[in-house]
Design a protein around this ligand. Structure first.
Ligand SMILES: [Zn+2]
Ligand SMILES: [Zn+2]
Length: 347
C-alpha cells in the first residue's frame, strides 16, 4: 500500500510503498476513503506523543470501507462503510465497563499507538467495540471529520460542557475542534464568542454561528472582553488550541460556576500551564478534560447530521491527495488555511 511514512521525529516525511496490513483476530482492515489532517498528527511528528513508536504512519480521523475482517469479529463484514473514534476502547477494562471507552486502559489509537490512516489501508483492533456504521447519505470526506475533532467537540460541548440553550460558550482557537464546537453549540441554540489570532478563521467562525469574535492580537485582555460581551462571563469555555495563554484565558473568562474544557493538547514543556486557582475556588469553576468520544455516543451525533441539524461538511476547507499530505503535515503549525484539510485520494 501507499502511505505517508517517517522514521524520525521532525525528520523527512514521504510517501512510501509498504506491505498491506492483515486484520488481528478482533480487528478489521479498512480501505481508507478519506482521512483528515489534525494538529495531533503534527504533534505526533514533532515527537510530542509518547505512544508513537518509529517508524510511523500517521492519521487518525478516517472513514472507509471494510476490506478484511478478523476471525473473532461478529458485527462487521467486508463492504461495510465505517468510521471510528480515534480512541478505541478494549471493551474489557474498568473504564470500558463504565461506558468510558475514550479513557480505556488499553487504548488502540490509529496513527498513535499503531499505524494510521494516511495510507490506502489501516488495520484497526477491537472492531466490535468501536466501529461506527455510516449512514448511506453521509459521504466519506465529511465522515472523516467525525473520528477526531467533531466527535471530540461533541463530547466536550454536549457531554462534558452540558451547554444549554441561551448560554454563552467561549471558544479559544478556531481550528477544526473550535469550529466544530461552534457548529454544535449553535445547533443547540447557545450563544458563541470565538477567539483567535487569525481574522480569516474568525470570519469563518462568524459564518458558522459565532455572535462575537475577538482577535486576541488586538485585544489586550481577552477574559475581560468575554465577561463584558456575555454579561459576566461564559457559562462554558473551551481551549480548543492548547497553549498556556488560551488555557488561562478560557478559565479566566468564565462566570461563576462556569465550566472550562481543556481539549487542545499542550506541548510537553507547556503542560504545567498556569491556572487561575483563585477564581476556580471562589467562583466554583470546573476544570475538565475532554478526550475524544466513545463509539456508543455516535448515534446521537449521526442523527443530528442526517436530520440536517448539524452539517460538519461546512468545516471542510480543502481536499488533497496523499502526495500533498507530507507537506501539509509538516507545515501544519504555520499554514493558516481555514477549515479542515482532508486527504481523499490515496492511489
Ligand atoms: Zn485529531
Ligand atoms: Zn478498555
Amino acid at each position: 500500500m501507499r502511505a505517508i511514512y517517517y522514521e524520525t521525529f521532525q525528520g523527512p516525511v514521504s510517501v512510501e510503498q509498504l506491505s498491506d496490513p492483515a486484520p488481528a483476530p478482533d480487528g478489521v482492515v479498512i480501505r481508507v476513503e478519506a482521512s483528515g489532517l489534525c494538529r495531533s498528527d503534527w504533534h505526533g511528528w514533532m515527537g510530542h506523543d509518547a505512544d508513537i513508536r518509529l517508524p510511523h504512519v500517521p492519521g487518525h480521523e478516517l472513514a472507509g470501507i471494510i476490506e478484511a475482517v478478523g476471525a473473532a469479529v461478529t458485527r462487521w463484514r467486508p463492504g461495510d462503510r465505517v468510521t471510528l473514534p480515534f480512541v478505541c476502547g478494549c471493551g474489557r477494562c474498568p473504564q470500558c465497563a463504565s461506558g468510558n471507552q475514550q479513557i480505556c486502559d488499553h487504548q488502540f489509537q490509529p496513527g498513535f499507538t499503531h499505524w494510521g490512516s494516511f495510507a490506502e489501508y489501516v488495520a484497526v483492533q477491537y472492531a466490535d467495540v468501536n466501529l461506527v456504521r455510516l449512514p448511506e447519505s453521509l459521504d466519506f470526506v465529511t465522515a472523516a471529520s467525525l473520528g477526531c475533532r467533531f466527535a471530540t467537540a461533541f463530547r466536550a460541548v454536549v457531554d462534558q460542557g452540558e451547554i444549554a440553550e441561551g448560554q454563552w460558550l467561549a471558544v479559544h482557537g478556531c481550528g477544526g475542534v473550535g469550529l466544530s464546537a461552534i457548529l454544535i453549540a449553535r445547533s443547540l441554540h447557545a450563544r458563541i464568542i470565538a477567539v483567535d489570532i487569525d481574522d480569516s478563521k474568525l470570519t469563518l467562525a462568524r459564518e458558522l454561528g459565532a455572535e462575537i469574535v475577538i482577535n486576541s492580537h488586538h485585544s489586550p485582555d481577552v477574559p475581560a472582553a468575554i465577561r463584558e460581551h456575555s454579561g459576566g462571563g461564559a457559562h462554558v469555555s473551551i481551549d480548543a488550541l492548547g497553549s498556556p495563554v488560551t488555557c488561562y484565558n478560557s478559565i479566566a473568562g468564565l462566570r461563576k460556576r462556569g465550566r472550562h474544557l481543556q481539549v487542545g493538547l499542550l506541548a510537553p514543556d507547556e503542560r504545567d500551564a498556569r491556572i487561575p486557582m483563585g477564581p476556580v475556588v471562589a467562583n466554583e469553576l470546573q476544570v475538565l478534560g475532554s478526550h475524544g468520544m466513545q463509539a456508543h455516543r455516535y448515534p446521537q451525533l449521526l442523527a443530528m447530521i442526517t436530520e440536517g441539524t448539524l452539517r460538519p461538511e461546512q468545516l471542510i476547507g480543502r481536499t488533497i491527495g496523499l502526495d500533498q499530505a507530507a507537506e501539509a503535515l509538516v507545515t501544519m503549525d504555520r499554514f493558516s488555511n481555514p477549515g479542515v484539510t482532508v486527504i481523499d485520494a490515496f492511489a
